[in-house]
Design a protein around this ligand. Structure first.
Ligand SMILES: Nc1ncnc2c1ncn2[C@@H]1O[C@H](COP(=O)(O)OP(=O)(O)OP(=O)(O)O)[C@@H](O)[C@H]1O
Length: 222
């Protein structure tokens, strides 16, 4: 993916997603560099479906039309792994068979070559999240907040061009949620990543500080 500082944005052009005869999503949207747009709406209104569409893994039961432009490139038909869109889920989804460092190294792009260079990147990433020395640890031994920070660091090491956040704070307790919000939003902004946040929590939306889009409930017949 070519990065162009002039067009560091994520654009949805006339995106229409339907399930059977029912329209789930009908949306045009532009998210600028470092901007965080929040999507809210009742359960079943299509929030996760929209993220799946943008991520490139929309289940085949859905019909979609429209275009997704990432930094000016049309990614609508691209497979997920070529889109360079990072996705943070509710669960950190760390690989249990890899160490913390192994999980981070998994996120590294192939442009970082050589064992030493890769180890340095992992060390830097751990330092950056105040987890220096955690590289050899088993992910199962980490606290919820530590796992969440590793999950974000792994995504950032993959040098995404945009970030999708699927209720990433909902399983954290109240005090940790505040810290993680700050941690994630600061990094999204400082890296200039256009970010789309899905949440049920008004506090998340307030902290994100950007535009809030509210989806309507899906018609009862579906
Ligand atoms: N693979 C699928 N096949 C058929 N229908 C699906 C599939 N995945 C989701 N749906 C339906 O699509 C609609 C939207 O689901 P989606 O998960 O996007 O909602 P949501 O807004 O993210 O809900 P929640 O807030 O509960 O996570 C729901 O009616 C759901 O049952």
């Amino acid at each position: 993916m070519q990065r162009n500082e002039q067009t560091m944005d994520l654009k949805l052009e006339d995106v229409h997603i339907a399930l059977g005869d029912a329209t789930l999503i009908d949306l045009s949207l532009s998210i600028g560099a470092g901007e965080i747009v929040t999507i809210m709406g009742p359960s079943g209104s299509g929030k996760s479906t929209l993220l799946a569409y943008l991520g490139g893994f929309l289940p085949r039961e859905f019909k979609a039309a429209g275009r997704v432009l990432l930094h000016g490139n049309d990614v609508t038909k691209m497979p997920a792994e070529q889109r360079h869109i990072g996705i943070l889920f509710q669960d950190p989804l760390l690989f249990p068979h890899l160490s913390v460092g192994g999980n981070l190294a998994f996120g590294l792009t192939s442009s970082v070559r050589g064992r030493k260079a890769r180890e340095e990147k992992v060390t830097e990433a751990l330092d950056e999240i105040n987890m220096a020395g955690f590289g050899a640890r088993d992910p199962a031994t980490l606290s919820g907040g530590q796992k969440a920070r590793i999950a974000l660091a792994r995504i950032l090491l993959s040098e995404p061009c945009a970030l999708l956040l699927d209720e990433p704070f909902s399983k954290l307790d109240a005090s940790l949620r505040g810290q993680m919000r700050k941690h994630v939003f600061e990094r999204a902004r400082s890296r200039g990543l256009p970010t789309l946040l899905v949440t049920h929590d008004e506090e998340d939306a307030k902290a994100a500080g950007g535009h809030v889009i509210r989806l309507d409930p899906l018609a009862e017949s579906v």
